[in-house]
Design a protein around this ligand. Structure first.
Ligand SMILES: Cc1cc2nc3c(=O)[nH]c(=O)nc-3n(C[C@H](O)[C@H](O)[C@H](O)COP(=O)(O)OP(=O)(O)OC[C@H]3O[C@@H](n4cnc5c(N)ncnc54)[C@H](O)[C@@H]3O)c2cc1C
Length: 377
């Protein structure tokens, strides 16, 4: 059903791409506006393939992508000295975030995906929405979807007039993270950690790790990466100092290469003092560890006039849920289904009605998982 209705999507990560591809297939005039200059290829880690991810891959005729990943056979828990204190047979596959991103990116014609295009301001009215980009240009749409993640700009216009930046709530702990090329890992750590999911629970500490595909989706032994995550309590003031020290005071997280050297060295020293030796080896082998502070956010509204929020822009669930991508896929499929055969206003209302409780439930679930880990005093 070709239509001349113009849909702008702010944010070209997976949430924006899911929505863009589905709506483009329904005949909408789609433009995805992504601020990253070179796209987001080769920046993601692994993800558990949830049902909604399978469903959206089925809808775009790429179910094969859900089968590409690295399998782990069991789960082990290590104590501080590195002894295995429990072992459970539990096969699970980790898909590559990059492969999912690349797969969807290829399904959208190149000219519909703008890169290096950051939205600075939004204007909304009953009939349309207009964005102003950082280069001073403007674009008008019949509907604008904010798929712009944790620090969403569109959110400020859905829940206000844009004059106030609405930030997510810091949960009191961070995830230090790294992705170590498989061959760089020390032999002893390989022997204990590879082909399984490993966990460690300590005082104000939760660490886990598993193999994920290589940066181009490789799943063969020798070409994979070890993904480690170390959750650790960090008071808000300390996080603020860290971001300031890195010269990124207004950022929500620090990516690879953005950590000041002395903080990276301290992280390595702390890992050796506090983590089981194999996890400590993974942390100290990582050349560019990065930090992801943990946030919660639930939007009071998902739509306002011709604006709608989707994915992390609307609801941020803690990573323990492993549901961020699945939630974005669920939002995109619901929105696309609502926009098939309804007026825009009816479709947006139906979308908000269908997804609000779902988003809230995932955020609540993340909070309860966080509480069970006792990471915050
Ligand atoms: C590079 C990257 C790698 C990731 N890797 C993983 C992973 O390995 N495993 C996992 O489970 N989850 C990963 N995630 C998170 C996961 O994608 C999200 O939690 C979830 O899918 C919801 O995604 P989203 O599209 O709503 O938001 P995000 O994935 O956060 O994407 C938001 C996008 O909006 C863009 N943006 C923000 N503001 C503006 C603006 N003003 N103008 C234009 N563009 C803007 C950002 O550059 C970003 O690309 C990753 C996210 C990113 C961005």
């Amino acid at each position: 059903m070709p239509t001349n209705l113009r849909v702008g999507i702010v944010g070209g990560s997976v949430g924006g791409l899911f929505t863009g591809v589905l709506l483009h297939r329904q005949g909408y005039q789609v433009t995805v506006i992504e601020r990253a200059r070179h796209g987001l290829a080769r920046r993601g880690a692994g993800l558990v393939v949830q049902e909604q991810v399978r469903r959206i891959l089925g809808q775009v005729d790429r179910p094969d992508l859900a089968e590409v990943g690295v399998w782990t056979n069991e789960r082990i828990v290590l104590d501080r000295r590195g002894e295995v204190i429990s072992r459970e047979h539990r096969p699970q596959m980790q898909m590559s975030w990059d492969l999912l991103y690349d797969g969807f990116r290829k399904l959208l014609p190149e000219q519909l995906y703008l890169t290096g295009a950051a939205v600075e301001y939004v204007e909304r009215s009953e009939q349309r929405a207009q964005v102003s980009l950082i280069d001073g240009s403007t674009q008008a749409f019949d509907v604008l979807i904010g798929a712009d993640g944790q620090g969403s700009t569109v959110r400020n216009y859905v829940n206000g007039d844009g004059s106030q930046g609405i930030l997510p709530n810091y949960a009191g702990y961070v995830a230090w993270r790294g992705l170590v090329p498989e061959e760089a890992m020390p032999e002893q750590a390989k022997a204990q950690l590879f082909e399984r999911m490993a966990f460690h629970f300590g005082e104000g500490i939760h660490a886990l790790g598993y193999l994920i595909p290589g940066s181009d989706g490789q799943t063969r032994p020798g070409e994979r990466r070890y993904n480690w995550v170390w959750y650790r309590t960090m008071p808000f003031e300390k996080l603020r100092d860290l971001l300031e020290r890195a010269g990124r005071a207004s950022a929500l997280s620090l990516g690879p290469g953005e950590l000041p050297e002395d903080i990276r060295d301290q992280l390595r020293a702390d890992a050796s003092a506090l983590l089981p030796p194999s996890f400590a080896a993974a942390v100290t082998t990582e050349a560019q560890p990065f930090v992801q502070p943990i946030y919660d956010y639930e939007t009071p509204r998902m739509i306002n006039q011709r604006l709608a929020l989707l994915g992390d822009a609307a609801f941020i669930a803690r990573p323990h849920t492993a549901m961020g991508v699945a939630k974005a896929a669920g939002d995109a499929m619901t929105l696309a289904a609502a926009m098939a055969g309804r007026s825009i206003d009816e479709a947006l209302a139906a979308y908000e009605k269908a997804r609000t409780a779902q988003g809230q439930a995932v955020v609540d679930y993340g909070r309860s998982l966080g509480r069970s880990l006792s990471l915050v005093p």
